[in-house]
Unconditional design. Structure first.
Length: 161
């Protein structure tokens, strides 16, 4: 079942991309006591994710944080090394936190998995954006298959007003 506004972010472990290499972090470390924007992409280096989704959050990250957001994070069902290479290629720097959910454990716990097996991509996460305050989801926007409107940075920025 898909997570809903008002529900608590499930407890899970993710791998955070850091300059020193991958670091395991818990969802509690990421979300507890903080206001967090988390957006999910079907995959690093995929066209919409690389051309529009991630770059939009890099571009608008400062404006999002100016609205009281502590952390802006991107999550994908990829390994941390792939996300690290993608972050480098996209010149993310310290503008965003990248979180790898390599086995889709957290993605499944939130009910946001997407079966792309027919395209040779396996289980991925749906394209989405959420806002959470102290572990509680306050805003959730999930794209329909092939969509890119409700989860883009500009839409999240508008939702934070």
């Amino acid at each position: 079942m898909t997570i809903k506004v008002g529900e608590t972010i499930p407890s899970s472990k993710l791998m955070m991309v850091t300059p020193e290499g991958p670091k395991e972090v818990s969802t509690e470390e990421i979300f507890r006591g903080k206001k967090v924007v988390l957006f999910g992409v079907p995959g690093a280096f995929t066209p919409t994710c690389s051309i529009r989704h991630l770059p939009g959050f890099v571009q608008h990250g400062e404006a999002i944080r100016a609205r009281g957001v502590d952390t802006v994070a991107c999550m994908a069902v990829n390994d941390a090394f792939v996300l690290g290479a993608w972050a480098q290629q996209q010149d993310v720097g310290d503008k965003l936190v990248l979180l790898a959910d390599g086995s889709a454990v957290f993605t499944r716990a939130m009910g946001l998995e997407l079966d792309l097996g027919a395209r040779g991509l396996g289980t991925r996460c749906q394209r989405f954006a959420l806002v959470a305050e102290d572990m509680k989801v306050t805003h959730l926007a999930i794209e329909p298959p092939g969509g890119f409107e409700v989860s883009k940075a500009e839409s999240v920025l508008a939702a934070l007003q």
